[in-house]
Design a protein around this ligand. Structure first.
Ligand code: NAP
Ligand code: GDD
Length: 342
């Protein structure tokens, strides 16, 4: 029996799928909104094979009582804390709220587990953003942290809270330090999905171009479906330990744009510099990419690259989907949504 906070998110939906396939009963936490936002998990709710094993409970990481009520009722064996205000750029606009949910929210859940079901295994969704202004390349479990945003600072608090509950109370509580992972279910304001959606809309004739921020930032982008498997593996180990999860390959935002446009036969040609730089269709000359400083961040994370060798060794985990396959999958999915082909 597993509890997943953040079940309506990208990772929560893939993890719920995986655990249900493995025969678990899955209890997802959902927060109240004025419109239902369960598109990513609707297929699981309507699947006859998961009937009676997939349950949703109203709860919020800002509301201790709701967490207590769920854990008291469910008494889970595993708890995956995936809920967060997870957008780095937006965290600069909402630092206090981000700290409240992404930081303190973890302690609310840890404390509820400690008091109500201390034998449950706890997974914390930690992040490569902890490395921030990275002290070395690639980054592994021993690389020092230097967070660069309110989001990353909040995640640092959660990281150490998880370590502390392990050391202080002997709980099986672990951090997965996950590098960026994407999918067709990725939120639309993260850069990969923003680009693949824009490419599909351009093919459909619904827009002309996409405005981006820092084209030089580099990320280690993998496929979310692969990464949730690593979360599960971490909770099946004999000893609780934190792991870095990533592909070991890094690409710039510029390369991401080139790959996504390339997928629909548009070769980008760059000209100009800084905020005046544009990416044109090499064949037609039409501007497809512009730079808008509104998407720059007050402090940037320039270069993330994982060294996932410990996960490979101990968890037997390897990513299956390559960067190019991932972007192809996302572009194809966005084209399909719009009913166009390229
Ligand atoms: P996501 O798509 O943004 O999903 C976040 C989830 O958290 C959603 O289900 C959201 O609910 C829920 N949530 C937000 N605030 C909440 C609150 N106050 N109480 C309860 N639930 C709340 O994020 P993701 O990409 O799946 O990432 C999952 C986790 O991994 C996050 O903690 C993220 O910070 C972390 N992480 C992600 C990556 C990545 O590349 N994707 C890498 C490293 C770490 P609504 O649907 O109602 O908004
Ligand atoms: N979102 C966004 N939008 N990012 C842009 C844009 C744009 O228009 N243009 C350039 N970027 C750059 C950002 O400045 C950043 O350097 C990079 O693209 C990736 O941005 P995001 O896709 O927003 O992801 P992130 O790396 O900041 O954060 C994601 O990954 C983390 C793991 O490293 C989130 O999923 C976090 O929750 C996660 O912890």
């Amino acid at each position: 029996m597993a509890v997943i906070s953040g079940v309506t998110g990208q990772d929560g939906s893939y993890l719920a799928e995986l655990l249900l396939q493995k025969g678990y009963a899955v209890h997802g936490l959902v927060r109240r909104a004025s419109t239902l936002n369960r598109q990513r998990i609707d297929h699981l709710r309507n699947d006859p094979s998961t009937r009676g094993r997939f349950h949703l409970h109203y709860a919020d990481l800002g509301d201790t009582e709701s967490l207590i009520a769920v854990l008291t009722a469910v008494q889970p064996d595993e708890v995956y804390n995936l809920a967060a205000q997870s957008h780095v750029g937006i965290s600069f606009r909402m630092p206090t709220y981000t700290g409240e949910v992404t930081g303190l929210g973890t302690v609310r859940l840890l404390e509820a587990v400690r008091t109500l079901c201390p034998g449950a295994r706890f997974y914390q969704a930690s992040t490569s953003e902890l490395f921030g202004k990275a002290k070395e390349i690639p980054q592994n479990e021993r690389t020092p942290f230097h967070p660069r945003s309110p989001y990353a600072v909040a995640k640092l608090y959660s990281y150490w809270a998880t370590v502390n509950y392990r050391e202080a109370y002997g709980m099986f509580a672990v951090n997965g330090i996950l590098f960026n992972h994407e999918s067709p279910r990725r939120g639309e304001n993260f850069v990969t999905r923003k680009v693949t959606r824009a490419v599909a809309e351009i093919v459909a004739g619904r827009r002309e171009s996409v405005a981006l921020g820092n084209l030089e930032a580099r990320r280690d982008w993998g496929y979310a479906g692969d990464f949730v498997d690593a979360m599960w593996r971490m909770l099946q180990q004999e000893e609780p330990r934190d792991y870095v999860i990533g592909t070991g390959e890094s690409h710039s935002v510029r390369e991401l744009a080139e790959t996504a446009f390339g997928e629909v036969g548009i070769e980008l040609e760059w000209e100009g510099e800084g905020v005046d730089e544009t990416g044109r269709d090499a064949r037609t000359g039409e501007i497809r990419v512009t730079v808008d400083p509104a998407y720059f961040r007050p402090a940037e994370v320039d270069f993330l690259l994982a060294d996932p060798s410990a996960a490979r060794r101990d968890l037997g985990w390897r990513p299956r989907v390559t960067f190019t396959e991932l972007i192809r999958m996302m572009v194809r999915a966005d084209l399909e949504v719009l009913g166009v082909t390229a």
